[in-house]
Design a protein around this ligand. Structure first.
Ligand SMILES: [Zn+2]
Length: 383
């Protein structure tokens, strides 16, 4: 609760004061944090603007208020109304909060323009850094097991549950949100008795949905690289630059580390994620216990790194808002910003619809089935 309150205060400071200002040949511009989103609306990029404001301000604020609401009730030993629904939503909000990614975007933007203009960092910038750190600490310190135990207690395992046997064979499944073991209906569906999350034996049409989302993101990856992501106007002449063009430009400027960050975030991560998920979809039916562990690790990695690709979209949002000195020097967003943003969101959704349990749906080799039979003779769980 202390961390959630501190993060909220830091966020309020971050949106109330100047974020960054720049001066070039006597013309200066100062922006606030929210202008990184609102300026994009003026350039007919409302979807990118919504994505920026949601991921850096709105969703984190909703998350922190939810944590405050929950912990306030729990500290008084009387959970406040809707606590269960809020606790369930927190898990779904976490991957979409990108304050930490935005910080990297801000640093990249600063280095990109440092040689071209005088840049001054405002109070809000430091407040936002503190906010990103505190938000990370809040998500890390939230103990889901303890929270669910305090909110709804620990219901017993369904009657007849046996240890040592795979849950699937017994018509059981673990809740993805609160971890409780539940019995499913004969159709392999149900709701968690503790948190009311929808449960499935396996996510319905998981592979088809993942394929569809992967196809869509592969298609969007083409305009994301062909069209310019932003156009820089300097002394009346404008030069559009693509994602790769931006990386080449940074190398020419001598900023190797920044070029590497952008190259990894904008090229290696999205392409690697696409290839990894396509490969998982192709081989999932031929998994075995021998490779299931490494495949699960690969899946977790793709799930974890996906959001970091947003760096380039944030760089565009910051530079477009900040660099506005008319024909002297200004930056406008290109069509690739929307295309690339959608690649990031679509691959994140593809990773979420892929059911990693499919990797383990495989007949065990003879040695393991012996172990399984041995385990089956043990006593049933008493909860
Ligand atoms: Zn649950």
């Amino acid at each position: 609760m202390a961390l959630a309150i501190a993060s909220l205060i830091a966020l309020i400071v971050a949106v109330s004061f100047p974020f960054i200002s720049f001066t070039v040949s006597g013309v200066s511009n100062r922006i606030e944090l929210t202008q990184t989103a609102t300026t994009l609306i003026g350039f007919h990029q409302p979807v990118v603007a919504i994505a920026v404001i949601m991921t850096i301000v709105v969703l984190p604020a909703v998350y922190l208020l939810g944590v405050f609401w929950l912990q306030f009730g729990l500290l008084r030993d009387r959970p406040l109304p809707y606590s269960r629904d809020i606790a369930r939503s927190l898990a779904h909000l976490t991957p979409w909060m990108m304050a930490d990614v935005f910080i990297i975007g801000a640093l990249v933007s600063l280095i990109k323009i440092a040689g071209l203009a005088d840049v001054e960092i405002g109070i809000s910038f430091w407040a936002f850094c503190a906010f990103a750190l505190l938000l990370l600490m809040t998500t890390q310190s939230l103990d889901a097991d303890w929270m669910w135990f305090s909110l709804e207690g620990e219901p017993l395992a369904p009657e007849g549950t046996q240890t040592g046997l795979p849950a699937g064979d017994q018509g059981l499944t673990g809740c993805p949100t609160c971890g409780l073991i539940n019995r499913l209906s004969p159709h392999g569906r149900g709701h968690c008795i503790r948190c009311h999350e929808k449960l499935h034996q396996r996510l319905p049409h998981s592979l088809q949905r993942t394929w569809a989302l992967l196809g869509a993101s592969a298609i969007m990856y083409i305009p994301a690289n062909v069209y310019p992501i932003m156009t820089t106007t300097s002394l009346g002449s404008s030069s559009p630059s693509t994602i790769i063009g931006g990386v080449v430009q940074l190398i020419q400027m001598g900023s190797w580390p920044i070029a590497a960050i952008i190259f990894i975030a904008s090229v290696i991560v999205p392409v690697g994620k696409l290839v990894a998920l396509i490969w998982l979809c192709l081989v999932v039916r031929r998994s075995s216990v021998l490779n299931a562990q490494s495949r699960t690790r690969l899946y977790r990695l793709t799930e974890f790194i996906g959001r970091w690709s947003m760096v380039d979209v944030f760089v565009v949002a910051i530079l477009v808002a900040l660099i506005r000195a008319g024909s002297l020097m200004s930056i406008t967003p290109g069509p690739a910003a929307l295309a690339f943003g959608s690649v990031v969101v679509l691959t994140m959704l593809a990773a979420m619809t892929f059911d990693p349990r499919l990797i383990w749906d495989t007949p065990l080799p003879p040695r393991h089935s012996l172990l399984r039979r041995k385990a089956a003779t043990k006593e049933p769980v008493d909860g």
